[in-house]
Design a protein. Structure first.
Length: 89
């Protein structure tokens, strides 16, 4: 259980940081992090970090698939976690 919690914390920190890095690169006109990679991190459990990073850095908020997709992935992850937790009880 501790390993799982550590994984979730780390993947969410990675998602938050990736949003900040991509925003900084966008400002500088540098090479960007692919959107598929950002969604990949979210699908691996980092949707909360990506969503918080998106809001904090004001990055990708004009794209509907980020604005609505990241929170939906987070909700789906929460539902999945509650479902798995209920199965283990």
């Amino acid at each position: 259980m501790k390993l799982f919690i550590a994984y979730i914390v780390i993947v969410n920190i990675v998602g938050f940081v990736l949003m900040g890095v991509d925003k900084k690169r966008a400002i500088r006109g540098a090479w960007r992090i692919p959107e598929a990679s950002l969604f990949g991190v979210a699908l691996l459990g980092g949707a909360l970090g990506c969503t918080l990073g998106m809001r904090h850095f004001r990055h990708k908020t004009k794209h509907w698939y980020f604005k609505y997709g990241m929170p939906l992935i987070f909700i789906a992850e929460c539902v999945l976690l509650f479902w798995l937790y209920s199965l283990l009880q």
